[in-house]
Design a protein around this ligand. Structure first.
Ligand SMILES: C[S@@+](CC[C@H](N)C(=O)[O-])C[C@H]1O[C@@H](n2cnc3c(N)ncnc32)[C@H](O)[C@@H]1O
Length: 285
């Protein structure tokens, strides 16, 4: 896709966001890139608190680099704190970030991080300091589901946090399948607590994450959504794990069966999937 496949849109609150013409989706459609990233990732993941207690590299996977609003918002939020962050960003195109770099003034959030973003695009990685932080930032430019399935993924540094920001399942189904999240879960280090917030609260997403092996809870509101979702490889990282009442409601949902293939469709949960959910450690008493 060429850089002309994007445009800048002005949101109701006066901030600006990138819009993909091919996907007919605005990256951060209601409250804008920084407000959404602050509530969904920075605060919800309690990154400041976790980084303070942390020694060594704190690894964050950024799935759907796009125009880098999520990474830059996290950097702005943490830069007064001494520490070492390692970002592993994933996207199959550098175009949204290249486009954003041509619109730094309107977008605002990239200011001060232009050089880092340019080096990332040119060299695939960059190291820099911002405030008290040392940052390593690497870009994996590939189709994410294929890359994740490959043996190369086994060499990636294991994450402490994942920002999962693909387009919506209806428009971007390949990024929301059960095989993808199952592989993602398998790649985590069980001894390294890791949480993954994402903007949707849909039943199908939550079922998919549970069946992939994650514990799943209700996530913070973002200004756009009243509730989101947070998944983790340990219950300790969830404030509000989904309970038996949620499980009962799943049976009545018209869209709960995970996508087994990268094709969007809606279906109620199969009996086999419901049984697998009931056996999940989150619901076993
Ligand atoms: C909502 S945008 C991400 C916005 C971004 N996080 C930001 O802060 O600006 C979704 C991103 O997912 C990427 N994406 C979609 N399908 C993908 C795939 N199969 N592999 C890798 N990246 C993909 C798109 O190119 C797009 O940049």
């Amino acid at each position: 896709m060429s850089a002309t496949g994007y445009r800048i849109v002005k949101l109701a609150n006066g901030s600006h966001s990138v819009h993909s013409l091919a996907h007919h989706e605005t990256f951060h459609p209601v409250v804008g890139p920084m407000v959404e990233a602050e509530s969904l990732y920075l605060r919800q993941l309690r990154l400041a608190e976790r980084l303070k207690k942390h020694t060594g590299e704190f690894v964050i996977w950024d799935v759907g680099l796009g125009a880098a609003a999520n990474v830059v918002t996290v950097l702005r939020g943490l830069r007064d704190q001494p520490g070492h962050l390692r970002f592993l960003s994933f996207d199959h195109t550098p175009e949204p970030l290249a486009f954003a770099l041509q619109h730094v003034e309107e977008l605002g959030y990239l200011e001060g991080y232009e050089a880092a973003a340019q080096t990332l695009l040119r060299e695939g990685k960059t190291r820099f300091t911002t405030g008290a932080l040392t940052v390593d930032w690497e870009l994996q430019l590939a189709d994410f589901p294929s890359l994740l399935a490959s043996s190369a993924a086994e060499l990636f540094p294991r994450p402490h946090a994942i920002m999962f920001d693909a387009f919506s399942p209806a428009r971007n189904p390949a990024m929301w399948t059960l095989p993808l999240f199952t592989r993602l879960f398998q790649l985590l280090d069980p001894a390294r607590p890791c949480a993954l917030p994402t903007y949707s609260r849909s039943t199908i997403l939550r079922v998919t994450l549970l069946l992939a092996g994650f514990f799943v809870g209700a996530g913070h509101p973002t200004g756009e959504k009243e509730e989101t979702t947070i998944a983790a490889n340990t219950l300790a990282l969830l404030e509000e794990p989904l309970g038996l009442r949620w499980l009962e409601r799943v049976k009545r949902s018209a869209s709960a069966e995970p996508l087994h293939e990268p094709i969007y469709r809606q279906a109620p949960l199969s009996a086999a999937a419901f049984e697998a959910l009931r056996q999940h450690p989150q619901f076993r008493q």
